[in-house]
Every structure is written in structure tokens, then in C-alpha cells.
Ligand binder design. Structure first.
Ligand SMILES: [Zn+2]
Length: 352
């Protein structure tokens, strides 16, 4: 994932050259309108009550999360047999949970390997819904010559987190099978470049789908695209990248804080690796940088609101053979999965 320029930027210039602005510290009691969709319409879901908050916070299945990671954690370059195995695993896992799953398949040409058959996986609870909260990640792994690259943070863990969410919240999400505002899980194919990151060699699946859905008028059904990437390593720091989803980002920050106040996060201490706000994942800062290229770009360019959950800087194992299960901090991963689950429930069940 991501361009070489960014890699250099991260390594040498971070954090000196990025425009960082402080956000208001909390969205709690926020009176400003929350906006969703390409037309930026108002949607103010209520926050979870204390009873709901506690009930939902106690739902988790760390064993399932770990199993899901292990099922995805094989080299899965587009076009290989392993890639089909992982795709089938994702599809079957969701169909078992009564999700409606379809593949968006297409051909495209990539450097080195030539013509490839790509398959985005689109899973919905209600295929007829009028609006969707979309949680997304990519399931292909990067082709690196002479390296058995399994991509734990990139992006087996994010995929496993989405499957885990579907499993853990099976009962809570059931009403969304008939709701007008529902949930979509999107597993992009072909995020990785084969030769060198560029407009024609990267995010194959996202480029195809954004274009198709624009033509079909389906982009207007997306309230927001929440993209998960490079998750699983300890001490992630997330920033709000986009002004139009800043209030939503702050809701994530608030959920983290609310969990921390109630001691509901696992081993919630910082190992001291990073040198910014030392006890938070969601940093109360905006980082206006157009440099982070990922699957959200074709949607962002078409005005779909985006929350990009990618740590800055990237974990040091990014795009190396060391991005394997040994780097996964399951406590952090479970904590992040919990925050995202609460956000999802608040968003979808909080409609007035
Ligand atoms: Zn990558």
C-alpha cells in the first residue's frame, strides 16, 4: 500500500512537514450537525446510553478474531490459488452469518503478471437498503519477488476485524436485514501494486467499483466509507484526515475515551514507541495530508465521505517479510475492534 514518496516522507520528514491542527477535544454534547453522504445531509444518531454501552462493550470473541486472522494469513496475491481460498473463506464466513454476499468481478491488466481476474467482495445485511455505512479493507497481499509475504497488518488483521464484527454482533445487527439504513462490508481486491505504485498499478478493485457505482448511481447510497488498513501492530496513532468527517472521527475518539474511563480496554498502556499523545489511538488532531493513497481515493474523488483508519506513521514492518503474525498485538487489535463495533452500533441503531 501507498506510494514511495509517502514512504520517504514518513521515514525522513515525519512529523515536521505535515499540517497538524488541534481538534476540539470531545464530540460529546456536540451540537453541530453530523453530515453524511455525497450530498452532506444531516444525520444525528444518538449516543449509546450507559446501559447499551456496557452491554455492547462486553461482547467480544478474541478467539474468533485470532482464528480469522490465521485463516487469512497466507500469501494471497491476486490470481493465485491461495487468493481464491481466502476469498472463499471470507464469502463463506459471511454467508454462514446470513449476510447477502456478491462478487464484483472484472479483468484488468497489471505489470509483470499481465491480465488478471479481480473480485471485490460486497457483503450487505439488507441488499435493498437505501443507505449504508460501509466498512472496508483489502484482502489481496502484495507480490514481492523472493519473499513469502503474508501481510498481517496489510491487511489480514483489518479483514479479520470485519469478519469478527459480523460474528460478535450477529444478534445486534439482525434488525438491519430489513432496515433502510444498513451495514455493508467491502473487501477490495488488488489494492497492492505489482511493480510500482501509480495510478494504473494499485487499487484495482477500488478504482473499478467506484467508477461502476458512480455510473449506476449507487454512490449516493453510501453515507460514509470507513477504510481500515495497516492495523494490528501496537501503538497506532490515527488522525482525522478529512474535514467533512471530522465529527465522526471525534466520535471514535470519544468512544475510546469512554471505554478507557470505564477500564474496558485491554492492557491499555502505551509501550512508549511513539512520541505523541501517549495514551490514545485516536489523536485529537487533524492531519490534512493528501499523500496517503489507498482504496478510498476513487471514492474520495467522487465526494464520498471517508474516514481513513490507518496509523501514522506506518508500522515499521510495512511491506517487509516481518509483516507476519509475530507483529500482531492482539490486545490492541481487540481494543480497536471494540471501538469500531461500538461506533457501528451507535451509527446504525442511534437513528431517531
Ligand atoms: Zn500494502
Amino acid at each position: 500500500m501507498l506510494s514511495l514518496q509517502l514512504h520517504r516522507l514518513q521515514k525522513y520528514l515525519w512529523p515536521f512537514c505535515l499540517h497538524v491542527a488541534l481538534l476540539a477535544t470531545s464530540a460529546r454534547g456536540q451540537t453541530a450537525d453530523y453530515l453524511v453522504g455525497r450530498k452532506q445531509t444531516v444525520y444525528n444518531p444518538s449516543q449509546l446510553s450507559d446501559v447499551q454501552f456496557l452491554e455492547y462493550s462486553n461482547l467480544s470473541d478474541g478467539q474468533h478474531l485470532r482464528e480469522a486472522v490465521q485463516n487469512i494469513l497466507i500469501p494471497r496475491v491476486v490470481g493465485t490459488a491461495n487468493h481464491s481460498i481466502v476469498r472463499q473463506y471470507i464469502v463463506n464466513s459471511l454467508r454462514d452469518l446470513k449476510w447477502h454476499v456478491e462478487l464484483n468481478s472484472f479483468h484488468d491488466k497489471a505489470p509483470i503478471v499481465g491480465q488478471l481476474h479481480f473480485h471485490n467482495i460486497i457483503a450487505t445485511l439488507n441488499p435493498q437498503a437505501e443507505r449504508y455505512l460501509v466498512l472496508a479493507c483489502h484482502y489481496d497481499s502484495k507480490y514481492i519477488p523472493d519473499v513469502e509475504f503474508v501481510g498481517a497488518i496489510d491487511s489480514a488483521v483489518p479483514c479479520a476485524m470485519l469478519l469478527n464484527l459480523a460474528k460478535v454482533l450477529e444478534e445486534q445487527l439482525r434488525p438491519l436485514q430489513t432496515a433502510k439504513l444498513s451495514l455493508m462490508l467491502l473487501f477490495f481486491d488488488g489494492e497492492e501494486a505489482f511493480e510500482e505504485w501509480g495510478p494504473n498499478d494499485s487499487i484495482y478493485g477500488a478504482r473499478h467499483l467506484a467508477k461502476l457505482w458512480e455510473k449506476q448511481g449507487k454512490l449516493d447510497r453510501i453515507d460514509m466509507l470507513v477504510l481500515l488498513d495497516l492495523l494490528g501492530a501496537p501503538d497506532p496513532a490515527f488522525y482525522s484526515f478529512f474535514g467533512n468527517t471530522e465529527l465522526w472521527f471525534m466520535r471514535l475518539a470519544d468512544l475510546e475515551q469512554r471505554l478507557a474511563e470505564k477500564s474496558l480496554l485491554e492492557r491499555y498502556v502505551n509501550s512508549g514507541v511513539n512520541n505523541w499523545d501517549p495514551t490514545r489511538y485516536f489523536q485529537p488532531q487533524a492531519l490534512r495530508s493528501g499523500l496517503v493513497e489507498d482504496d478510498h481515493i476513487p471514492f474520495l474523488r467522487r465526494n464520498v465521505p471517508v474516514v481513513h483508519l490507518i496509523p501514522m506513521p506506518f508500522p515499521s514492518v510495512w511491506h517487509t517479510q516481518h509483516d507476519n503474525e509475530s507483529v500482531i498485538d492482539y490486545a490492541t487489535t481487540n481494543n480497536l475492534a471494540l471501538i469500531i463495533r461500538l461506533f457501528t452500533l451507535e451509527y446504525l441503531l442511534g437513528a431517531k
